[in-house]
Design a protein around this ligand. Sequence first.
Ligand SMILES: Cc1cc2nc3c(=O)[nH]c(=O)nc-3n(C[C@H](O)[C@H](O)[C@H](O)COP(=O)(O)OP(=O)(O)OC[C@H]3O[C@@H](n4cnc5c(N)ncnc54)[C@H](O)[C@@H]3O)c2cc1C
Length: 200
Amino acid sequence: MRKNGIFVNIWAGGRGKPGVAGAASEHPLEGVAENAARRLQRGGNFPLPYKRKYVPETEYVVKVLERHVEKAKHNLKGAPIVVAGGYGMGSKENFDMLFELAKELHGEVGASRAAIDAGFVADHDRQIGQTGLTVRPKVYIACGISGQIQHIAGMQDSGIIISVNNDPDAPINAIADYVINGNVEEVVPKLIKYYKANNK
Ligand SMILES: Cc1cc2nc3c(=O)[nH]c(=O)nc-3n(C[C@H](O)[C@H](O)[C@H](O)COP(=O)(O)OP(=O)(O)OC[C@H]3O[C@@H](n4cnc5c(N)ncnc54)[C@H](O)[C@@H]3O)c2cc1C
């Protein structure tokens, strides 16, 4: 029904059936209110009416003045090497080591959701996984990432997966091609040192 330029669809029936609201009344919502009152008096429930509104353009309260598309700060999806950090990195300072390692490898930095939630990395668009990016680099280095299904969904098709984790039973190790069993605070600086010395 249309009232003052607004379409009002009322679903007053149970189990998704559209109810005929206010059919015998002049006011479209009157029947719904009466029906609700009767049902509530009987001690029953009454589903809230579902309204869908059509607002004419002249009544818009927001006007788009300009569109600004921000350029991505990284090329995670196209990077051949991704160095990703998880909650096991422990701090923002430790996480910053991954940017140094990625720079040496000409790669990009990704993160698990737990690392982003903890504030170790500011860019939310670096999240890899079910609710983030899906990446398929040639090499994926997972540092301090446990490998929950939601994270694996976004990186399992990587060419070679390397896991750096102090837990030998971390789930990500099961899909990794190489596992470095150790503390990220010791292993990552060694990797940076090694690639700095050999990246000539
Ligand atoms: C609907 C939904 C959607 C989600 N989407 C995503 C998503 O898109 N991406 C995502 O990543 N997650 C997602 N999650 C969250 C996901 O379930 C996990 O909570 C998250 O991936 C865990 O991140 P993590 O592996 O960094 O942390 P943790 O699970 O806490 O793992 C930390 C790992 O670091 C290791 N570690 C600890 N200290 C050290 C150390 N000093 N040295 C070496 N290793 C260490 C530990 O052994 C452990 O394996 C989602 C969850 C839900 C419910």
